[in-house]
Design a protein around this ligand. Sequence first.
Ligand SMILES: NC(=O)c1ccc[n+]([C@@H]2O[C@H](COP(=O)([O-])OP(=O)(O)OC[C@H]3O[C@@H](n4cnc5c(N)ncnc54)[C@H](OP(=O)(O)O)[C@@H]3O)[C@@H](O)[C@H]2O)c1
Length: 189
Amino acid sequence: MKSTLVVFGGGGFIGGNLCTIALRGGWQVLTSSRRQHAAIPAARWRQVDVTDASAVQRLLAEERPEAVVDLAAVADIDRAQSEREAARAVNVEAARVMAQACAELGAAFLYLSSDAVFSGAAGEYREEDPVEPVNYYGETKAEGERPVLAAHPGAAVVRISLALGFPVTDGNSFLAALDGTDRARRQDR
Ligand SMILES: NC(=O)c1ccc[n+]([C@@H]2O[C@H](COP(=O)([O-])OP(=O)(O)OC[C@H]3O[C@@H](n4cnc5c(N)ncnc54)[C@H](OP(=O)(O)O)[C@@H]3O)[C@@H](O)[C@H]2O)c1
């Protein structure tokens, strides 16, 4: 029987790509977000707002996945800056709830963090360097890491830098935005 992977934020840029790769790798994938994005063939979808702790706990208790990846986020830096409460609820609180539920169920848990936990002033950062975010998005990612590691001793926190690529369905892709801007500019000429 296939192992189940739950991907919160599976309709987003990184989520769509991860779900596609996981399906290819033989996982049974359940993708979850608030609204249904263009379907990824063979992935199941469940609607959950991750700020609803009991809905997250219910989904995980019912699915009993082997692994859970948290990609649900207010990942737009400007939006996080202006909608702080929403950003904190998703990027920090929801991650803590997921980590806790996964620890209780014995599921592996991965929280995708960001190099935005650092200012970039020093460079060549190591894992143990003190965080020094320069915007609220970075603050929430740094803050989200701590309760995850406290709640789930086996959790993985992975800090990536800007991911370049195109979305499978929807999402916050810098390259797609740039491509769109470039196309619009060329059409204007
Ligand atoms: N892209 C990058 O270059 C990059 C770099 C470093 C770290 N990261 C991290 O990677 C993760 C994914 O980023 P991304 O670029 O793929 O972002 P994205 O395309 O904006 O995807 C985020 C997803 O989160 C879901 N979401 C937001 N609020 C939610 C809520 N309340 N309940 C349920 N789902 C919710 C959204 O789906 P709905 O709107 O449908 O709910 C969306 O699909 C984030 O944790 C981000 O911090 C990304």
